[in-house]
Ligand binder design. Structure first.
Ligand code: 2AM
Ligand code: CA
Ligand code: CA
Ligand code: CA
Length: 265
Protein backbone atom coordinates (compact mmCIF):
# COMPACT_ATOMS: atom_id res chain seq x y z
CA UNK A 1 0.00 0.00 0.00
CA UNK A 2 1.46 3.38 -0.97
CA UNK A 3 0.29 6.15 1.24
CA UNK A 4 -0.15 9.68 -0.06
CA UNK A 5 1.00 11.66 2.98
CA UNK A 6 0.50 15.01 1.31
CA UNK A 7 -3.16 14.20 0.77
CA UNK A 8 -3.58 12.96 4.36
CA UNK A 9 -1.91 16.09 5.71
CA UNK A 10 -4.04 18.44 3.64
CA UNK A 11 -7.30 16.63 4.30
CA UNK A 12 -6.71 16.08 8.02
CA UNK A 13 -5.69 19.70 8.54
CA UNK A 14 -8.89 20.86 6.83
CA UNK A 15 -11.03 18.62 9.03
CA UNK A 16 -9.29 19.82 12.19
CA UNK A 17 -9.75 23.49 11.28
CA UNK A 18 -13.46 22.80 10.58
CA UNK A 19 -13.90 20.97 13.87
CA UNK A 20 -12.17 23.84 15.70
CA UNK A 21 -14.44 26.39 14.03
CA UNK A 22 -17.44 24.32 15.04
CA UNK A 23 -16.25 24.34 18.67
CA UNK A 24 -15.53 28.10 18.68
CA UNK A 25 -18.98 28.83 17.25
CA UNK A 26 -20.71 26.75 19.90
CA UNK A 27 -18.90 27.90 23.04
CA UNK A 28 -22.04 29.49 24.50
CA UNK A 29 -24.27 26.48 23.70
CA UNK A 30 -25.47 24.28 26.54
CA UNK A 31 -23.14 21.28 26.93
CA UNK A 32 -24.14 17.79 27.98
CA UNK A 33 -21.47 16.81 30.51
CA UNK A 34 -20.99 13.22 31.66
CA UNK A 35 -18.34 11.63 33.86
CA UNK A 36 -16.19 8.62 32.94
CA UNK A 37 -13.76 6.81 35.29
CA UNK A 38 -14.30 9.23 38.22
CA UNK A 39 -16.30 12.41 39.00
CA UNK A 40 -13.49 14.65 37.69
CA UNK A 41 -13.00 12.72 34.44
CA UNK A 42 -15.37 14.60 32.11
CA UNK A 43 -16.69 14.09 28.62
CA UNK A 44 -19.14 16.27 26.67
CA UNK A 45 -21.36 15.91 23.63
CA UNK A 46 -18.70 17.92 21.69
CA UNK A 47 -15.92 15.40 22.38
CA UNK A 48 -18.18 12.68 20.99
CA UNK A 49 -19.46 14.76 18.07
CA UNK A 50 -15.94 15.56 16.85
CA UNK A 51 -14.72 11.97 17.10
CA UNK A 52 -17.81 10.77 15.19
CA UNK A 53 -17.16 13.43 12.52
CA UNK A 54 -13.61 12.07 12.04
CA UNK A 55 -14.85 8.47 12.03
CA UNK A 56 -17.30 9.27 9.23
CA UNK A 57 -14.76 11.26 7.18
CA UNK A 58 -11.95 8.70 7.52
CA UNK A 59 -14.25 5.82 6.48
CA UNK A 60 -15.38 7.87 3.48
CA UNK A 61 -12.00 9.20 2.28
CA UNK A 62 -9.55 6.57 3.56
CA UNK A 63 -11.57 3.34 3.98
CA UNK A 64 -8.48 1.15 4.58
CA UNK A 65 -7.25 3.29 7.49
CA UNK A 66 -8.06 2.74 11.17
CA UNK A 67 -9.14 5.21 13.84
CA UNK A 68 -8.05 4.99 17.46
CA UNK A 69 -10.03 7.61 19.37
CA UNK A 70 -10.49 8.40 23.03
CA UNK A 71 -14.27 8.28 23.00
CA UNK A 72 -14.47 4.79 21.51
CA UNK A 73 -16.19 5.44 18.17
CA UNK A 74 -13.15 4.23 16.26
CA UNK A 75 -11.69 0.78 15.81
CA UNK A 76 -10.29 -1.48 18.51
CA UNK A 77 -6.62 -1.62 17.65
CA UNK A 78 -4.58 -4.63 18.75
CA UNK A 79 -1.61 -4.21 16.44
CA UNK A 80 0.11 -1.25 14.85
CA UNK A 81 -0.10 -2.53 11.27
CA UNK A 82 -1.40 -0.21 8.54
CA UNK A 83 -2.34 3.45 8.83
CA UNK A 84 -3.85 4.41 12.18
CA UNK A 85 -5.29 7.84 12.95
CA UNK A 86 -4.87 8.42 16.69
CA UNK A 87 -7.30 11.14 17.72
CA UNK A 88 -8.12 13.04 20.85
CA UNK A 89 -11.18 15.07 19.81
CA UNK A 90 -10.79 17.43 22.77
CA UNK A 91 -7.65 17.23 24.87
CA UNK A 92 -8.22 19.19 28.06
CA UNK A 93 -11.95 18.56 28.43
CA UNK A 94 -11.94 19.91 31.98
CA UNK A 95 -10.51 23.19 30.66
CA UNK A 96 -13.06 23.17 27.82
CA UNK A 97 -15.92 22.78 30.31
CA UNK A 98 -14.68 25.12 33.07
CA UNK A 99 -12.47 27.64 31.32
CA UNK A 100 -13.44 27.59 27.64
CA UNK A 101 -9.74 27.80 26.75
CA UNK A 102 -6.53 25.75 26.90
CA UNK A 103 -7.85 22.72 25.06
CA UNK A 104 -6.79 21.23 21.75
CA UNK A 105 -7.65 18.77 19.05
CA UNK A 106 -4.80 16.29 18.74
CA UNK A 107 -4.21 13.90 15.85
CA UNK A 108 -1.24 11.67 15.09
CA UNK A 109 -1.24 9.53 11.97
CA UNK A 110 0.91 6.42 12.28
CA UNK A 111 2.05 3.87 9.71
CA UNK A 112 3.07 0.46 11.06
CA UNK A 113 3.64 2.05 14.48
CA UNK A 114 5.73 4.96 13.21
CA UNK A 115 4.44 8.51 13.68
CA UNK A 116 4.32 10.14 10.25
CA UNK A 117 2.17 13.23 10.68
CA UNK A 118 1.04 15.04 13.80
CA UNK A 119 -1.22 18.00 14.37
CA UNK A 120 -2.24 19.84 17.52
CA UNK A 121 -4.79 22.62 17.16
CA UNK A 122 -5.14 25.13 20.00
CA UNK A 123 -8.75 25.93 19.18
CA UNK A 124 -9.29 29.12 21.18
CA UNK A 125 -6.06 30.76 20.05
CA UNK A 126 -6.46 29.45 16.49
CA UNK A 127 -2.86 28.15 16.68
CA UNK A 128 -1.77 25.15 14.68
CA UNK A 129 1.23 22.95 15.45
CA UNK A 130 2.12 20.39 12.77
CA UNK A 131 4.96 17.93 12.24
CA UNK A 132 6.00 15.60 9.45
CA UNK A 133 8.44 12.81 10.12
CA UNK A 134 11.88 13.86 8.90
CA UNK A 135 10.64 17.17 7.56
CA UNK A 136 10.37 19.31 10.67
CA UNK A 137 7.75 20.92 12.84
CA UNK A 138 5.70 24.03 12.17
CA UNK A 139 3.79 26.63 14.17
CA UNK A 140 1.09 28.23 12.01
CA UNK A 141 3.04 26.91 8.99
CA UNK A 142 6.32 28.58 10.07
CA UNK A 143 9.22 26.22 10.87
CA UNK A 144 9.82 25.71 14.59
CA UNK A 145 13.56 25.98 15.37
CA UNK A 146 15.43 23.08 16.97
CA UNK A 147 15.50 23.23 20.77
CA UNK A 148 18.47 25.05 22.29
CA UNK A 149 20.29 23.48 25.25
CA UNK A 150 19.37 24.87 28.68
CA UNK A 151 20.48 24.54 32.30
CA UNK A 152 18.14 22.80 34.71
CA UNK A 153 18.19 25.84 37.03
CA UNK A 154 16.67 27.88 34.22
CA UNK A 155 14.04 25.34 33.18
CA UNK A 156 10.28 25.71 33.38
CA UNK A 157 8.57 22.36 33.83
CA UNK A 158 4.93 21.30 33.62
CA UNK A 159 3.26 18.78 35.87
CA UNK A 160 -0.02 18.30 37.69
CA UNK A 161 0.48 19.28 41.34
CA UNK A 162 -1.34 16.11 42.45
CA UNK A 163 1.97 14.27 41.85
CA UNK A 164 3.65 16.43 44.50
CA UNK A 165 1.30 14.91 47.10
CA UNK A 166 1.62 11.30 48.32
CA UNK A 167 0.45 9.03 45.48
CA UNK A 168 0.81 5.46 44.28
CA UNK A 169 2.74 6.16 41.07
CA UNK A 170 5.71 8.43 41.81
CA UNK A 171 8.11 9.32 44.62
CA UNK A 172 6.67 12.77 45.33
CA UNK A 173 9.69 13.85 47.44
CA UNK A 174 12.00 13.58 44.43
CA UNK A 175 9.57 15.48 42.24
CA UNK A 176 9.35 18.22 44.91
CA UNK A 177 13.16 18.46 44.78
CA UNK A 178 12.88 19.03 41.03
CA UNK A 179 10.25 21.74 41.49
CA UNK A 180 12.65 23.47 43.90
CA UNK A 181 15.61 23.09 41.57
CA UNK A 182 14.04 24.55 38.41
CA UNK A 183 13.13 28.15 37.67
CA UNK A 184 9.37 27.57 37.56
CA UNK A 185 6.59 25.04 37.30
CA UNK A 186 3.27 25.19 35.46
CA UNK A 187 0.19 23.07 34.89
CA UNK A 188 -1.92 23.62 31.79
CA UNK A 189 -4.25 20.60 31.93
CA UNK A 190 -3.90 19.65 28.26
CA UNK A 191 -1.19 17.11 27.54
CA UNK A 192 -1.19 17.96 23.83
CA UNK A 193 -0.61 21.66 24.53
CA UNK A 194 2.08 20.80 27.07
CA UNK A 195 3.88 18.82 24.34
CA UNK A 196 3.45 21.79 21.98
CA UNK A 197 4.88 24.16 24.59
CA UNK A 198 7.97 21.98 25.13
CA UNK A 199 8.38 21.83 21.33
CA UNK A 200 8.31 25.64 21.12
CA UNK A 201 10.52 26.07 24.20
CA UNK A 202 7.88 27.83 26.28
CA UNK A 203 8.40 24.85 28.58
CA UNK A 204 11.47 22.64 28.98
CA UNK A 205 9.85 19.47 30.30
CA UNK A 206 6.47 17.89 30.94
CA UNK A 207 6.12 15.00 33.40
CA UNK A 208 3.06 12.83 33.78
CA UNK A 209 2.64 9.28 35.08
CA UNK A 210 -0.57 8.49 33.23
CA UNK A 211 -1.47 9.19 29.60
CA UNK A 212 -3.19 7.37 26.76
CA UNK A 213 -1.95 7.07 23.16
CA UNK A 214 -4.33 9.78 21.89
CA UNK A 215 -2.83 12.23 24.43
CA UNK A 216 0.69 11.92 23.00
CA UNK A 217 0.36 10.52 19.45
CA UNK A 218 0.73 13.94 17.81
CA UNK A 219 2.99 15.48 20.45
CA UNK A 220 5.57 12.71 20.12
CA UNK A 221 6.10 13.47 16.42
CA UNK A 222 6.23 17.22 17.09
CA UNK A 223 8.79 16.99 19.87
CA UNK A 224 11.05 14.57 17.98
CA UNK A 225 11.11 16.86 14.94
CA UNK A 226 12.59 19.70 17.03
CA UNK A 227 15.24 17.49 18.63
CA UNK A 228 13.41 16.96 21.93
CA UNK A 229 13.00 13.66 23.74
CA UNK A 230 9.86 11.81 24.70
CA UNK A 231 9.88 8.51 26.64
CA UNK A 232 8.08 6.76 29.47
CA UNK A 233 9.16 7.72 32.99
CA UNK A 234 11.43 4.65 32.86
CA UNK A 235 13.13 6.00 29.75
CA UNK A 236 11.48 3.49 27.38
CA UNK A 237 9.86 4.26 24.00
CA UNK A 238 6.15 5.11 23.80
CA UNK A 239 3.77 2.99 21.73
CA UNK A 240 0.25 3.69 20.46
CA UNK A 241 -1.03 0.35 21.79
CA UNK A 242 -1.09 1.04 25.52
CA UNK A 243 -1.32 3.70 28.22
CA UNK A 244 1.96 5.03 29.52
CA UNK A 245 3.77 7.41 31.78
CA UNK A 246 5.42 10.21 29.81
CA UNK A 247 8.46 12.48 30.06
CA UNK A 248 8.74 15.14 27.35
CA UNK A 249 12.00 16.98 27.63
CA UNK A 250 14.64 19.26 26.21
CA UNK A 251 17.45 16.78 25.53
CA UNK A 252 20.01 18.81 27.48
CA UNK A 253 18.28 18.08 30.82
CA UNK A 254 16.67 14.72 29.97
CA UNK A 255 19.20 12.42 31.71
CA UNK A 256 19.37 14.55 34.82
CA UNK A 257 15.58 14.80 35.18
CA UNK A 258 15.10 11.08 34.57
CA UNK A 259 17.84 9.75 36.83
CA UNK A 260 17.87 12.30 39.66
CA UNK A 261 14.23 13.28 40.07
CA UNK A 262 11.91 10.57 38.75
CA UNK A 263 11.31 7.38 40.68
CA UNK A 264 8.32 5.29 39.70
CA UNK A 265 6.74 3.04 42.32
P1 2AM B 1 -8.47 14.72 28.32
O1 2AM B 1 -8.84 16.08 28.66
O2 2AM B 1 -8.55 14.39 26.85
O3 2AM B 1 -9.18 13.66 29.12
C1 2AM B 1 -5.05 16.58 32.16
O4 2AM B 1 -4.04 16.67 33.08
C2 2AM B 1 -4.51 15.88 30.93
O5 2AM B 1 -4.47 14.48 31.18
C3 2AM B 1 -5.40 16.05 29.73
O6 2AM B 1 -4.58 15.99 28.59
C4 2AM B 1 -6.33 14.87 29.83
O7 2AM B 1 -6.90 14.51 28.60
C5 2AM B 1 -5.36 13.81 30.30
N1 2AM B 1 -5.96 12.66 30.95
C6 2AM B 1 -5.65 11.39 30.66
N2 2AM B 1 -6.36 10.53 31.41
C7 2AM B 1 -7.16 11.26 32.20
C8 2AM B 1 -8.15 10.94 33.20
N3 2AM B 1 -8.44 9.69 33.57
N4 2AM B 1 -8.81 11.96 33.79
C9 2AM B 1 -8.53 13.22 33.42
N5 2AM B 1 -7.59 13.58 32.52
C10 2AM B 1 -6.91 12.62 31.90
CA1 CA C 1 -10.94 12.38 28.58
CA1 CA D 1 -6.46 13.73 26.27
CA1 CA E 1 -10.04 13.98 25.26
Amino acid sequence: MTVNWEEIEKTATGWIINAGENIRNSLTDQLTILTKSNPNDLVTNKDKEIEKFFKKKIKEYFPTHFLLGEEGFGDSIEKVDGVVWVLDPIDGTMNFVHQKRNFAISLGVYENGIGMFGIIYDVLHNELYTAKKGQGAFFNNQPIPKLKPIKIEEAIIALNSIWLTPNKRLNHHKLSDLVQKVRGSRSYGSAALEFAYVATQRLDAYITPRLSPWDYAAGKILIEEVGGVCTTLSGNPLTILENSSVLVCNESIFNEVLTEYIEEK
